[in-house]
Ligand binder design. Structure first.
Ligand code: SF4
Ligand code: SF4
Length: 491
């Protein structure tokens, strides 16, 4: 689902302001002023009780944009510039991946059912009779749910013929497919259980207060760009994310300081070739099915929630892993920066010494704004070679399947592909059964995000437009059969 709302725009604005501060003449002063300049004295646009609380929330958002979680704050008087200076000195990017800004996260109530004015106080009062906890009381002729007694079973809502009782969800908890986020009853703040979290980013996208945010690596990358030795590895889902064309974006990336730019779609070609050979070997060897391995949120899901599927996951490296290995082979000193739609890639990168940093498209957009580089005004860079249309197609659901099919034209009739287009509670239950022999196919493509990476949590473009742009880019590319090679491709 496309999430262009004010909460997400605010996150982008903070990132852009931090990037602008990095390039400013007096960065420390500029960065300290972010909360005040966004909520000027007398402003009426505070979304909270007062501008002072709003500014406190903005300070924590700025900390997250610098790669620090709220939990890192030990001294409330420490200015933002102190975090900025520490960020410039640190040698490793931030951990953990996500943080909850507690002062921003207190508005969602724990009681999830409420009676509205639509209640007629009817004679039947089915809500009252159906409630096993006697939580429904009548006040001035209308139903009222006693929060002390209500256990959120929802029976009253189903019983009311006027639909007068409504369900008020806690959006982040509702979005989480694995129950990794729950409210601390004492503080009202959501807590993320890292032993369960798969870093899918669904809670981050769904929180209407933008209280859940990822810890940015933007400052680390901006600093790395000064070495003029950083290589950008752009994910295939770049289509439709930023204005301008891919060749113009390559020039823009070089303008802000990347020494080279490579397309991860070329690594996807290698993944497809190896994964198809692996699938053939496994299935002809008697294995019932094999699943893809390129979505890190799925890999985390298997590790933490579906261990029974572990033997069925492909061992083939991901497109990011192939691309980073190719870059390092060419230049062992290169600083490698994956730029994509994904938060879980940060977890994958931590396990792969070939990948130094992971940026989202959201962060890239902010960096370009901060550096005042307009992609539309950039000249188009020329390509020396291109990945295949199938490699680029990895960005959308069914893309990996199509690439594996294209790599095995003679065995296509043997393939029975199945897609898991978005991991949710239902698909989790379905996958849990598969190890007992109920998988309906023999090649399973799993994408945590519905629609694939073009709808990932770090994207900024409308996925429907992105899909069209991706199709256009794929149409311009040679097919895998045209350029069947295992050689790395660089731009
Ligand atoms: S990132 Fe995904 S798994 Fe982790 S808490 Fe958020 S919704 Fe749940
Ligand atoms: S579908 Fe793509 S963007 Fe979404 S979690 Fe998986 S790899 Fe990341």
């Amino acid at each position: 689902m496309f999430h262009d709302n004010k909460a997400n725009r605010l996150r982008k604005e903070i990132l852009a302001r931090v990037a602008r501060a990095f390039f400013a003449d007096q960065p420390a002063d500029t960065i300290n002023r972010i909360p005040i300049s966004m909520r000027l004295k007398g402003a009426r646009n505070a979304s909270r009780c007062c501008i002072y609380k709003d500014r406190a929330v903005l300070k924590y958002r700025t900390m997250a944009a610098l790669g620090y979680s709220v939990e890192n704050e030990t001294d409330e008087l420490k200015p933002i510039s102190a975090y900025f200076e520490n960020a410039l000195r640190r040698t490793e990017a931030a951990d953990p991946v996500l943080t909850v800004i507690d002062v921003a996260c207190s508005a969602c109530v724990t009681t999830q059912y409420s009676a509205t004015n639509a209640c007629k106080g009817c004679l039947a009062r089915s809500c009252e009779t159906v409630c096993p906890k006697k939580a429904i009381e009548f006040r001035e002729g209308k139903a009222w749910l006693n929060p002390e007694k209500c256990v959120n079973c929802g029976l009253c809502m189903k019983a009311c013929p006027y639909h007068a009782i409504i369900h008020i969800p806690i959006p982040c908890e509702e979005a989480c497919p694995v129950g990794a986020i729950t409210k601390d009853p004492e503080t009202g703040r959501e807590l993320i259980d890292r032993t369960k979290c798969t870093y899918c980013g669904k809670c981050l996208r769904e929180c209407p207060f933008a209280a859940i945010t990822d810890l940015s690596q933007m400052i680390d990358v901006l600093k790395a760009l000064q070495s003029r030795h950083a290589v950008a590895m752009i994910a295939p889902s770049v289509a439709g994310q930023l204005p301008g064309t891919l060749p113009q974006l390559i020039t823009a990336l070089k303008t802000i300081g990347f020494s080279d730019v490579v397309e991860v779609a070329a690594g996807a070609d290698q993944t497809a070739l190896h994964e198809s050979a692996e699938w053939l070997e496994r299935t002809t060897g008697g294995e019932a099915f094999m699943t893809t391995s390129c979505c890190p949120a799925y890999i985390e899901t298997v590790e933490k929630h579906l261990p029974e599927l572990k033997p069925y996951v492909s061992d083939t490296p991901t497109p990011m892993a192939y691309t980073a290995a190719n870059v390092r082979k060419k230049d062992p000193e290169a600083i490698t920066v994956f730029i994509g739609p994904c938060i879980a890639k940060r977890v994958e990168a931590r396990k792969n010494p070939d990948v130094d940093f992971v940026l989202t498209f959201e962060e890239l957009g902010a960096m370009l704004v901060g550096a005042e580089v307009d992609v539309l005004e950039c000249e188009a860079a020329s390509f020396s070679a291109e990945p295949s249309r199938e490699g680029r197609g990895f960005a959308a659901s069914r893309g990996v399947t199509k690439a594996v099919e294209a790599a095995l034209p003679d065995c296509r009739r043997l393939m029975k592909p199945v897609q898991v287009d978005g991991i949710d509670r239902k698909s989790l239950l379905r996958m849990k059964q598969w190890s007992s022999g109920t998988c309906p196919g023999n090649f399973v493509e799993v994408m945590s995000c519905e629609g694939g990476c073009i709808a990932g949590p770090g994207t900024i473009g409308n996925p429907r437009i992105a899909l069209k742009e991706l199709a256009r880019l794929c149409d311009e590319s040679p097919t895998m059969t045209d350029r069947r090679t295992d050689e790395p491709v660089s731009i």
